[in-house]
Every structure is written in structure tokens, then in C-alpha cells.
Design a protein around this ligand. Structure first.
Ligand code: S6P
Ligand code: ZN
Length: 193
């Protein structure tokens, strides 16, 4: 495998979005059970043994040291839980000064970017779009299309992931299908911090 102390390149595209890669992290519905609005539906699905794949992340070799960069490719599958489109868990970075860049590769979706006051910026992710995620913001991607959403993320290797802070409040916005179209709405379950 490649060594992050040496130059290497990987190819974009294909099933894993990037290849070769070093690590693969898979997320099924059971990993996101308290994140969707309709918790009862999630419980029912899981008790019936329905546990769909929601997203996979393929990471390039990384050093985890200050000054180096991580590169990861996320494949967010298409689907809904009730009327809510599949999404990633979402996180702040542990190191709050770190920003991030997403590059859309396939499909269509939205990214919710929420600051500590609960203000949300929402923008498209799709091919030919680069999204800048500023420091100290939580970010969640949502697949609003009927095919997979694939994007590349580049971020400082020492960013770390803080999933707990955003899980406590939730995102202030949700993305649901209404009359066949994605609509960004206030989250009725949002808890202000
Ligand atoms: C890492 C970057 C992405 C996400 C990935 C999955 O900083 O933002 O690689 O890790 O899209 O999302 P999450 O919220 O489960 O980490
Ligand atoms: Zn991030």
C-alpha cells in the first residue's frame, strides 16, 4: 500500500470512488439509529432485520500529524427513512480551528453547515462544485438524488471528529422529500445549546 511519507496518487471513480485506498469505514442504519426523525420507523426496520447501508468512506493513507492532510471519499447511498433523505452523521472537528474542503464527484445532494449558534448554511454538492467548510462548524451531507452521492473531502490530519456535540443538539435543519422534491425545513427535534 502507499506510504503517506512518500508521493503517491490514486484514481477517482469506480465502485469505491477512489482507488487504491487504505481504509474503509462502513455505516449502516443501525449506526445512525438515533439520528433520523422517525425513530419508531428505524426501530421497526431494525427489528425486522432491515439494516440498509447508508454510507461508506474510503480513506487514503494518512499521517495524523500537524501539517499533513487527510483525503477521504464518501459514498452516500440513495434512499430515505420515511420522508428524510439518507445523510451522514455529521460532526464538528475536535480541533476547532480546522477547516475542510469537499469536492463533488457524482450525484446530487446538499451539505448543511451549522455554526455553534445553530445558524445553518446549506449548499449543493455535485460534480464541478467545491464546498469550503469553515472552522468550528458541524457538517452533514444529504443525498437528495436517486443515485449515489460521491464526494472527496480534504482536511487537516489532526482535525479529529467530535460527533457528540452535534448529536446533543441535532442539526437545526432537516432535508425531507415533499411533493417529490427535497425541501430544507426546521428540525422540530432541534435542541438549542
Ligand atoms: C471528515 C470529512 C468526511 C466525513 C464523511 C462521513 O472530516 O468531513 O470525510 O467524515 O463524509 O461523515 P461523518 O459525519 O460520519 O464523519
Ligand atoms: Zn469534517
Amino acid at each position: 500500500m502507499n506510504d503517506a511519507n512518500k508521493a503517491f496518487s490514486s484514481r477517482l471513480g469506480g465502485i469505491t470512488g477512489i482507488f487504491p485506498y487504505e481504509a474503509e469505514i462502513k455505516h449502516k442504519l443501525s449506526d445512525l439509529s438515533n439520528h433520523f426523525q422517525d425513530e419508531r420507523l428505524v426501530k421497526d426496520m431494525l427489528s425486522r432485520g432491515e439494516n440498509p447501508k447508508i454510507y461508506d468512506v474510503y480513506e487514503l493513507p494518512q499521517l495524523a500529524t500537524e501539517g499533513s492532510l487527510n483525503v477521504g471519499c464518501t459514498i452516500l447511498h440513495s434512499g430515505k427513512i420515511g420522508s428524510e433523505y439518507y445523510f451522514t452523521k455529521g460532526h464538528f472537528h475536535q480541533k476547532q480551528s480546522t477547516s475542510e474542503v469537499y469536492v463533488g464527484l457524482e450525484g446530487e445532494g446538499l451539505i448543511l453547515i451549522q455554526d455553534r449558534k445553530g445558524e445553518v448554511a446549506c449548499m449543493e454538492i455535485k460534480p464541478h462544485i467545491v464546498v469550503y467548510i469553515p472552522p468550528n462548524t458541524a457538517h452533514r451531507s444529504v443525498n437528495t438524488g436517486d443515485s449515489r452521492l460521491v464526494f472527496l473531502a480534504v482536511y487537516p490530519s489532526d482535525s479529529g471528529h467530535d460527533y457528540e456535540s452535534i448529536k446533543r443538539t441535532g442539526f437545526a435543519k432537516i432535508v425531507a422529500e415533499r411533493d417529490g422534491k427535497p425541501v430544507v425545513e426546521a428540525n422540530p427535534k432541534y435542541r438549542e445549546s
